[in-house]
Ligand binder design. Structure first.
Ligand SMILES: *Cc1c(COP(=O)(O)O)cnc(C)c1O
Length: 397
């Protein structure tokens, strides 16, 4: 928007505003329909206005919004139990966002060693290209200079090693190391999947050194890769995991999951949240799980993902002057570009399709897990149109 904005100028927003949506489609304030394959950054996993979510939220809105965690919240307990039953975890703490889920994960890891009589073990090793949120601790964990600059001393206790480098990792472990923190598939970093063998090696290393393994599945979780959580592909389990984005299908919420042992330092009074786990969020969270855990849903994600990835790979093959590679797991796909990734995102806007830029010159394709075959077919047509346009423009130059 060209007029001065009353908002903090922290975003360079596209000049589009949306009014409503349905399924994989979203309609702007001028009535133009866009295919939403960005999902508000991997959030709208069940598309827009999913009838079960809308119905659940409406019903809960007429009953009760908020009580605080001073009281029992039955839907919170129910959602936690369902997450525990579906994962490695024994315990859940609900938050309002991904960064808060990470804060809880970091605090849980530090408290674990503290409670075991090792307060000196508070350092956490993270990986280059990581993104864990925008709070002071999570920008320190992410380690990206562009997010740290100007915010004073970096929060102490985070050490970063190169992506996929076991020797560097081993060399970085000291008597003060508490945990390793990693995204099984880097999201903001450019849809970079960690090799499954590397994830298994991390598990073994943590067991060997008495470290906690923390997975950040804020972006890769909740069915995005065709499993409920991406680490399941590796056949190993973390000790602690941060989840958010798709867990509320667009309603703000997150969660920190942990084994009983890893959560053993989180005793009454040491952590809290006013809003986290409130009845509105919990009702919607349960409704999201109803859909994702339904029989055959995740297999469907896997099938759609194969078709989409194959279609994108064929476009990459035919336009090597514009695109370099397609990568990712399930419906968490990244197209590495030869042209600037923002040029492709803009051309896709022009073709009425939403995608999300990421690091490493990648365009993220994060469709609703509920996308239809027709949606995927249209997406491939629009990507091809945009790419062929960029290819032709490149030749004219
Ligand atoms: C988005 C994201 C976060 C931060 O989540 P917010 O809800 O924005 O705080 C953390 N980790 C990963 C991997 C993410 O993609």
């Amino acid at each position: 928007m060209t007029q001065p904005s009353p908002l903090f100028e922290t975003y360079a927003r596209a000049d589009i505003a949306f009014d409503h949506g349905e399924g994989s489609w979203i309609v702007d304030t001028r009535g133009e329909r866009y295919l939403d394959f960005g999902g508000g950054i991997a959030v709208s996993a069940l598309g827009h206005a999913h009838p079960h979510l809308v119905e659940t939220l409406r019903e809960q809105a007429g009953k009760l919004w908020h009580t605080s965690n001073l009281y029992e919240v039955p839907e919170q307990r129910r959602l936690a139990q369902r997450l525990v039953d579906a994962t490695f975890a024994d315990k859940v703490f609900f938050t309002n966002s991904g960064a808060e889920a990470l804060e809880c994960a970091i605090k849980t890891a530090r408290r674990y060693h503290y409670a075991k009589g090792h307060p000196e073990r508070f350092r956490i090793i993270t990986f280059e290209g990581a993104f864990h949120g925008r709070t002071l601790a999570t920008i320190a964990a992410g380690g990206q200079p562009k997010y740290l600059e100007g915010f004073g001393p970096k929060v102490e206790g985070f050490d970063q090693v190169p992506f996929d480098d076991m020797d560097a990792l081993k060399a970085a472990i000291t008597d003060e190391t508490a945990a390793l923190l990693i995204e099984p598939v880097q999201g903001e970093g450019g849809i970079r999947p960690v090799a499954l063998s590397f994830l298994r090696d991390l598990r073994a290393l943590c067991d060997d050194k008495g470290l906690l393994l923390i997975f950040d599945e804020v972006q890769s979780g909740m069915g995005r890769t065709g499993k409920l959580f991406a680490h399941e592909w590796a056949g190993i389990e973390p000790d602690i995991m941060a989840v958010a984005k798709a867990i509320g299908g667009g309603f703000p919420m997150g969660a920190c999951l942990a084994t009983e042992e890893a959560a053993s330092g989180m005793v009454p009074g040491v952590h809290g949240t006013t809003y986290g786990g409130n009845p509105l969020a919990m009702a919607v969270g349960n409704a999201v799980l109803d859909v994702i855990l339904a029989d055959g849903f995740l297999e469907g994600v896997h099938d759609k993902a194969l078709r989409l990835k194959q279609g994108l790979a064929s476009i990459v093959d035919r336009y090597p002057d514009v695109l370099a590679e397609v990568r990712g797991e399930g419906l968490m796909l990244g197209i590495k570009c030869v042209v600037p990734n923002t040029a492709l995102v803009k051309q896709l806007y022009a073709n009425h399709m939403l995608t999300i830029p990421a690091g490493d010159n990648v365009v993220r394709i994060l469709p609703p897990l509920t996308s239809t075959d027709e949606d995927i077919k249209i997406a491939l047509e629009r990507v091809e149109e945009a790419v062929s346009h960029l290819s032709a423009t490149g030749r004219d130059r």
